[in-house]
Design a protein around this ligand. Structure first.
Ligand SMILES: [Zn+2]
Ligand SMILES: [Zn+2]
Length: 77
C-alpha cells in the first residue's frame, strides 16, 4: 500500500469576491464556489496565472515573487 500523506486543508480568501475557499494541500487549484474564480494553491502558479496575483500576495510580495520567478527562468536557459 502506498503511503499517502494526509492532505491539509487550508482556507484561502478568494481575491475576487472575498469568500473563504477551502483548498487541500494536494490540490493545485480550486474554483471559488461563489464567483467561479480559479484560486491557486501554488505560489508560482498564482503569480503567473492568477488574474488577482497582486491582491493575493500584496503588491510588494508580488513584485518579489515575480522577480524570483524571472530569475529562475533565466537560469534554466
Ligand atoms: Zn470568489
Ligand atoms: Zn491568486
Amino acid at each position: 500500500m502506498p503511503r499517502l500523506r494526509t492532505p491539509t486543508l487550508t482556507i484561502k480568501k478568494c481575491p475576487q469576491c472575498g469568500e473563504d475557499v477551502e483548498i487541500f494541500s494536494s490540490d493545485a487549484e480550486v474554483q471559488c464556489y461563489k464567483c467561479g474564480l480559479t484560486v491557486f494553491n501554488d505560489t508560482n502558479l498564482c503569480v503567473q496565472w492568477c488574474a488577482h496575483a497582486k491582491e493575493c500576495w500584496g503588491p510588494e510580495l508580488y513584485e518579489r515573487l515575480k522577480k524570483d520567478d524571472n530569475e529562475q527562468v533565466e537560469k534554466a536557459h
